[in-house]
Design a protein around this ligand. Structure first.
Ligand code: DGL
Length: 271
């Protein structure tokens, strides 16, 4: 089997994998969630880089010629170094892609006022990656960022639909909209956040568009595979989905369905 590798610090990447599977079902997918060490969002550059590299190396050993970091924090803090410094030594023929670049390429198409709000983990916000990348494609867009450090723990602990989540959701939505009254588009720049979409929507004025990344990243993957037959032809197409977690498999399975929308049977791996 030569699968597409999909990685996240935990469950969040399953929201992206769900869309890959819906739109590109023929491929084999191998998912790795580093649940044993999540969340990544509050960790240093060095730690996120080290953890992400270990996960990438493991996925490469499992024969993945193409790996998608379905995690904004890892894309922000580790991807560039892995692409530029590590892959050329490990194997110049493999590819590791992130979720920030494809999102920033198209985000300008969604705003009429040219004012966008980014909701993300502290790590993604601190990295400045969204500001830097959006600026390249859309220099006229004003970007506000808001770190929402409690949102991943709420989702990971299955509290995202609870009344208790209202406080943390409302707080950050109000905060970012107060920073800039012209914002008409908010991006969920963390792959865990789509589970909070319904709740976020309750606290949003109706004129604001709430964007999540799964469809955007899937369109980008389709385009990538089309443009890179040297990778696409290597991939096996037996419609299989395999899941690994660095934490307990039973815990992963009981929680993963909420993110993936289908039952999941995972295996534990020690990296
Ligand atoms: N799902 C990851 C992201 O997209 C972050 C979760 C975490 O903090 O580990 O940023």
């Amino acid at each position: 089997m030569i699968p597409i590798g999909v990685f996240d610090s935990g469950y969040g990447g399953l929201t992206v994998l769900k869309e890959f599977v819906a739109q590109l079902p023929q491929y084999d997918y191998l998912y790795l969630g580093d649940n044993g060490r999540s969340p990544y969002g509050t960790r240093s550059f060095d730690t996120v880089y080290r953890y992400t590299l270990e996960c990438v190396q493991w996925l490469l050993k499992q024969n993945c010629p193409l790996i998608i970091l379905a995690c904004n924090t890892a894309s922000a803090k580790a991807l560039r170094t892995i692409q530029q410094n590590d892959l050329p030594h490990i194997d110049p023929n493999v590819r590791v892609l992130g979720v920030i670049r494809p999102t920033t390429e198209v985000i300008g198409q969604h705003t009429k006022t040219n004012n966008i709000g980014i909701l993300a983990t502290s790590g993604t916000v601190q990295s400045g990656s969204y500001k830097i990348e959006i600026e390249k494609f859309y220099p006229n867009i004003t970007i506000e960022q808001e770190a929402c450090p409690m949102w991943v723990p709420l989702v990971e602990n299955n509290e995202h639909l609870s009344n208790g989540a209202d406080y943390f959701v409302q707080k950050h939505i109000n905060h970012i909209l107060e920073k800039n009254k012209e914002i008409d588009t908010l991006l969920l720049a963390c792959t865990h956040y789509p589970l909070l979409k319904q709740k976020i929507q309750q606290f949003l004025p109706p004129h604001i568009t709430l964007l999540s990344q799964a469809e955007i990243v899937t369109d980008s993957l389709k385009d990538y595979l089309h443009r890179h037959p040297e990778i696409e032809t290597k991939l096996t197409k037996d419609y299989s989905r395999t899941f690994y977690t660095t934490d307990a498999a039973e815990d992963f399975d009981s929680h993963a369905t909420t993110f993936f929308g289908q039952p999941v049977q995972s295996k534990h791996v020690d990296l």
